[in-house]
Design a protein around this ligand. Sequence first.
Ligand SMILES: Cc1cc2nc3c(=O)[nH]c(=O)nc-3n(C[C@H](O)[C@H](O)[C@H](O)COP(=O)(O)O)c2cc1C
Length: 220
Amino acid sequence: MDTIEGIKTRMSIRKFMPDAVPKETLMDIINTAGHSPSYKNTQPWEVLILSGDRKLALSKMLVELLEKGTKPCPDIPEPQSWPETEQARINDLMHKRATATGIDFNDPAVLKRSKEVNFKFYGAPHAIYLYQDKSLTPWSIFDIGLFAQTFMLAAHASSLGTVPQAFATDYAQDIKKFLDIPETKRLVLGISIGYPDKDAVEKAVRTGRDSTNNIVRWVE
Ligand SMILES: Cc1cc2nc3c(=O)[nH]c(=O)nc-3n(C[C@H](O)[C@H](O)[C@H](O)COP(=O)(O)O)c2cc1C
C-alpha cells in the first residue's frame, strides 16, 4: 500500500472478526512500529500483546469495575475540559455520530455501554498495551504516540484494523497488576487489533478533518 493512501484510508475500526492474527504478523507490525523516531533514539516504548483467555478475563475484570461504579484512574488523566477549538471538534464528531445512529452520546447509559464495548476491545482477537517508565517526560509520551501511529499504519497495510483506546487504560493500577506490569510503569494506551468486520466498516461514520487552511499559518 502506498504510504499516502495508507495514511488517508486508515480509520478507527470498532467491529472485528473473531479470527486470530498469526503471531509472526503481529511481531512484523511491531517490528515496523519500532522504526519510529524518538527523542535521542531512546525508543521509550514497551509492548504487551494480549489475546485468548487472558484477554477475556481482563475484559471481565474491567466490566465488573465499571458495574461497581469504580472511579477510573488512568495513568494519563482524562481531560476534564478542552479549549474552544478542540471542544468544537468534539461537538462536531458527537453531532455527526448522533445524526447517523440516532443515539444520544450524552446519555450516561450510552456512555456506560460505550465503556463496556471499549473494555471488550470491540470484539478484537488481540489488544496491545503500550507502556513506559513513569519517570519519562512528556517527550517520551510524544514518542510512544509516534510508535502507536506507525503501528496502526503498518497494521492497516496488512489489511488489519485497529482502534487506539485511552479508555482501555481507565483502571491502570488493576490492569498493571493483572498483566504483571510493574507499578513504576505508565500505562499509555491500549490498541485493539484484528481483521475488520467489512460490513461495519462500510456503515461506519468517517471522521472529518478541519480544513488545512484553518491549521496553517504561513510566515515569510
Ligand atoms: C490517544 C487516543 C485515544 C483514543 N481513545 C479512544 C477510546 O478510548 N475509545 C475509542 O473508541 N476511540 C478512541 N480513540 C479514537 C478516536 O476517537 C479517533 O481516532 C478519532 O475520532 C478520529 O477518527 P479515526 O481514527 O477514524 O480517523 C482515541 C484516539 C487517540 C489518538
